[in-house]
Design a protein around this ligand. Sequence first.
Ligand SMILES: [Mg+2]
Length: 263
Amino acid sequence: MNKKLVVFDMDGTLYLGDNLFEGVRELFEYLDKKHIDFVFFTNNSSHDLDSYYKKMSNFGIRCDLEKNFYSSAEVTIGHLEDLKAKRIYVVGNKCFLDKLSKHFEIVDHFDKNESIDAVVCGFTTELVYQSLKDACLYLETKDVPFIATNGDYRCPIEDGLYIPDCGGMIEWMRLVTGKKATVLGKPNPEIIDYLAKRFNVDKKEVLVVGDRLYTDILVGVNAGVDTLCVLSGESTLEDVKAYPHKPTYILDSVKDLPDLLEK
Ligand SMILES: [Mg+2]
């Protein structure tokens, strides 16, 4: 198949909660042996990349924090820098705010005389009504970019259950203000362009692997790269059949990915 970079989703693709799927360690040994680069990309902006690094390392997978881990938070920082944003209002958890505050001045409440450069929304389980309210007031009164880390409606937790994610929060804000967020993270194809450049590979040499159709598979489709949908997480074969954008490949799990890469 001649792939040089594999972009992995994590949850539902390599593990669920604390359970690493069968064959994952062998898969990374194979990639290592074949000198195929890989990236773990998560749309979840609310955790430190270090926590993912520790998790994968504890699973026994050899990886590098700087090289192999990216989240929609890093993409958001890059996007805001491109916009030359200085002062921003943010709906997000402490971890996301801490990350952003290293690059931008965070305005912490609504004031109609305050000038800001963007309203930013990320996934948070620490949501308070006041922050949604202030974000909406800024969107109603200022003509500034509205940026979301990701558009996922739900985030998987244990036992096949889901909790509300960023997609629903920005939908709520859209209904209130009429402003639609620019959604970064998957399925925005800019990520794939960015990673291909960073790893110095052609897009033909990139494979995106994930379990969710409207983020993992769609980002690959949007970027024009090959995709593999695994049925170990959110999507069933019926879902894949019903979805308008088809993955290039479908497997029950990543266990058979080395065989696929050999073809
Ligand atoms: Mg997933």
